[in-house]
Design a binder for this molecule. Structure first.
Ligand code: ADE
Length: 337
């Protein structure tokens, strides 16, 4: 993978430094205001009743803080958190062993919950609804055993997904709290970048903060990644100070354009314009023509391009808008002047 793709990708990389940048409490968490204020109420109510928090489903594009919020929930509820991902659990027994390690009130965070196999998902239904699970006892080689229902401590499942629509309705219906995370605006991203700079101990000018915020695609994970890379350029080229000029220079080197679009975004837009006359084009045909996975385009790239009005998803396929043509400096066929 090229450096730039890695930089803009949605894949979570958790190192010590990423841990230290993460806000530890709801008070430190910037943005997602209505979700945050509702969670505050649910947390206080659950604590007052001495109950576990209801199950929470967080959905939305990658990098907006679903994992961070689940850490915060465990902190605010004074409980432990266990983290697994949907694709890593292939058998019902794998999930049963994780469930059997939970203590009362613990949070079980399942990232990419839409990728849990159906047979594993079925273990979750009684676990979520009645805090019970079925396990097979006796028999040999999976034959002739019988199923026994075991009690579980009350726990909170926090599910995260980029695709709420891919969740089966029996699973979705068992979450008491369902929330969509929204892209962050420039002011919120600026506050996050200022906070991360303080945590990292890096000196940064106000106009540099704003410039990084403008180019982070509404996504804190991208803002923090750009900040770390730009810090390297500042350290070597500018005595450690992140100025607007250093940001501009670094982002040219990283192939991040004035709106934060990277090489994949540009290939996506140019692909539709140059090979499919601006669309409509089906996702599969487009993905083939630019050698990207359909899921990557759908989950990572398209949501932001749609959000900024560069792409429309119609029943006949994807269409690039006039606004995107203008940004790329390409003449739109229907524009007269
Ligand atoms: N770092 C990443 N996301 C954040 C957020 N929402 N608030 C504060 N710091 C963050």
């Amino acid at each position: 993978m090229e450096e730039n793709e890695r930089l803009m990708s949605s894949t979570e990389v958790v190192g010590d430094e990423e841990e230290s940048i993460r806000p530890g409490s709801l008070d430190e968490y910037i943005g997602q205001d209505s979700l945050k204020e509702n969670l505050r109420i649910y947390i206080q109510a659950a604590l007052q009743r001495n109950e576990s928090l209801d199950h929470v489903l967080l959905y939305g594009p990658p990098g907006l803080g679903k994992t961070t919020l689940s850490y915060i929930l465990s902190h605010e509820m004074h409980t432990n958190i266990k983290i697994i991902t949907g694709p890593s659990i292939s058998k019902p027994g794998d999930l049963a062993s994780v469930l059997s390690t939970l203590d009362a009130g613990d949070i079980l965070f399942i990232d990419e919950i839409h990728r849990l196999p159906k047979v594993v998902e079925e273990v979750l239904y009684p676990a979520m609804e009645d805090f019970e699970m079925d396990v097979m006892v006796g028999g040999e080689n999976g034959q002739g055993g019988r199923s026994v229902r075991l009690p579980l401590p009350p726990f909170t499942l926090v599910g995260a997904t980029t695709r709420a629509g891919d969740l089966s309705s029996p699973l979705r219906d068992r979450f008491g709290i369902i929330s969509k995370l929204e892209y962050y605006n420039e002011a919120q991203l600026s506050a996050i970048i200022a906070r991360s700079s303080r945590v990292l101990g890096v000196s940064i000018d106000e106009d540099a903060i704003i410039e990084i915020a403008k180019r982070s695609r509404g996504t804190p994970r991208i803002a923090n990644r750009l900040l770390r890379r730009i810090r390297d350029f500042a350290q070597v080229l500018n005595n450690g100070v992140i100025s607007k000029a250093i940001v501009d220079d670094a982002l040219v080197r990283l192939h991040v354009d004035s709106l934060g679009l990277d090489e994949v975004d540009i290939r996506y837009l140019r692909g539709i314009i140059e090979r499919f006359h601006g669309g409509p084009v089906g996702l599969e045909a487009l993905a083939n023509s630019i050698s990207e996975e359909t899921t990557t385009l759908e989950d990572v790239y398209e949501p932001y391009l749609i959000q900024i009005g560069f792409v429309n998803r119609t029943s006949r396929g994807r269409v690039v808008t006039e606004k995107a043509y203008k940004h790329l400096g390409i003449h739109h066929p229907e524009t007269l002047f």
